[in-house]
Design a protein around this ligand. Structure first.
Ligand SMILES: Nc1ncnc2c1ncn2[C@@H]1O[C@H](COP(=O)(O)OP(=O)(O)OP(=O)(O)O)[C@@H](O)[C@H]1O
Ligand SMILES: [Mg+2]
Length: 344
């Protein structure tokens, strides 16, 4: 069984990536990350471009897709990177604590306030404030937040001194804020204030070229001796990953604990990874798919059935080609067959 060679991790210190250079593994505020697929590299180039502005950024994407990583990259690429990075998870705090966390309080402001406390806005002055899970903020806190984002000074709870801050706001959510606005659960004005620039993090299933490098990163973090067999890797690439990168990370941690060999084989993966996806039936409604199949088959013919050569001609990785062959049910042995039908 062949194994996939692993790159030794080397995360550049300081800034994550530099323009034009997009290494696979980089580090943002200490968080190791893999940016390997063309989709994620494009996202990171966009992040690098917008990081210098003071516009508010709204990061959206499925749970576990890497929104926090993007938020950290935004801070690290910005000119505020030597100042504070403050994050607050709006979903983790009860409603009555949100305001005291954001704006701080004076001694005696409420029972239990036995000392003065600075709020997150003050702590983030000149830096970045990351409002995670912003969709969970209640309507009253939303209106207070909007006032401050609109440049109004704020007061600590129980305080009389006006506080003005210079803070760059980055917010993230996996909720559909547009429909929350339509349902009256999220203020439209706050939504527009936060959504000055939008970054959408693609789901892991939309960028399968990241799966192998991420799996290797997580495995290496657990145990540098472990490798994935090619079949195991192909199965990981064909899975839909509803929990995104977080699910992949957990699976690699589980596999590392259970491993009784240095190579993780297809049989070591949970049952949902053992089934090969049904080849899709080519039909007129799938004309783009059909076109892709024809291009792949043509490349295979030109390459005399050699998958490495065909992948090279198509400008895709060999693994991507193998995944597409499986998806379309193309048999790379001659004569080429597609979904069981011979192709001329
Ligand atoms: N590109 C990546 N490289 C390495 N690790 C990643 C990458 N993307 C995400 N992760 C890891 O996956 C996990 C989930 O990422 P993160 O917390 O950024 O997701 P999220 O979109 O904020 O999730 P949630 O919506 O649940 O808050 C973290 O452990 C993170 O370090
Ligand atoms: Mg998050």
């Amino acid at each position: 069984m062949s194994t996939i060679p692993k790159k030794t991790l080397s995360a550049p210190a300081g800034k994550g990536m530099t323009s034009g250079e997009t290494p696979d593994v980089c580090s943002f505020l200490g968080m190791l990350s893999v940016v390997s697929s063309a989709r994620m590299r494009a996202v990171m180039r966009f992040v690098e471009r917008i990081a210098q502005s003071d516009a508010s950024i709204l990061i959206t994407g499925e749970s576990g897709s890497g929104k926090e990583l993007i938020a950290r990259a935004l801070h690290q690429y910005s000119s505020r990177n030597s100042k504070s990075w403050i994050d607050i998870n709006c979903a983790a705090l009860p409603d009555h604590l949100i305001e005291s966390e954001l704006f701080g309080f004076e001694k005696g402001a409420f029972s239990g306030a036995d000392c003065q406390k600075q709020g997150m806005f003050e702590l983030a002055n000149q830096g970045t404030l990351f409002l995670d899970e912003i969709g969970e903020l209640n309507l009253k806190s939303q209106s207070k937040l909007l006032r401050v984002l609109d440049g109004c000074p704020h007061y600590r709870l129980g305080g009389t001194r006006k506080i003005t801050v210079d803070v760059r706001i980055v917010a993230a959510t996996n909720a559909d804020l547009e429909s929350e606005v339509r349902l009256g659960k999220f203020r439209a004005d706050l939504f527009h204030r936060l959504n000055q620039v939008r970054v959408t993090v693609p789901a892991l299933r939309e960028r399968p070229d990241d799966i192998g490098p991420l799996a290797n990163l997580f495995l290496e973090q657990q145990n540098p001796q472990l490798t994935l067999s090619e079949e195991a890797l192909e199965a990981l690439e064909c899975y839909s990953w509803p929990g995104n990168v977080r699910e992949l990370r957990s699976l690699m941690a589980r596999l590392a604990v259970m491993a009784d060999d240095t190579e993780i084989a297809l049989e070591d993966l949970p049952p949902e990874f053992q089934t090969v996806p049904e080849p899709s039936e080519p039909s007129p409604s799938h004309s783009l798919d059909k076109l892709e199949q024809e291009v792949i088959i043509h490349a295979l013919e030109q390459a005399d059935g050699r998958r490495n050569r065909a992948a090279e001609m198509l400008g895709i990785s060999r693994r991507t080609l193998i995944r597409k062959l499986k998806l379309y049910g193309v048999n790379p042995g001659r004569p080429f067959t597609c979904g069981g039908m011979e192709v001329n």
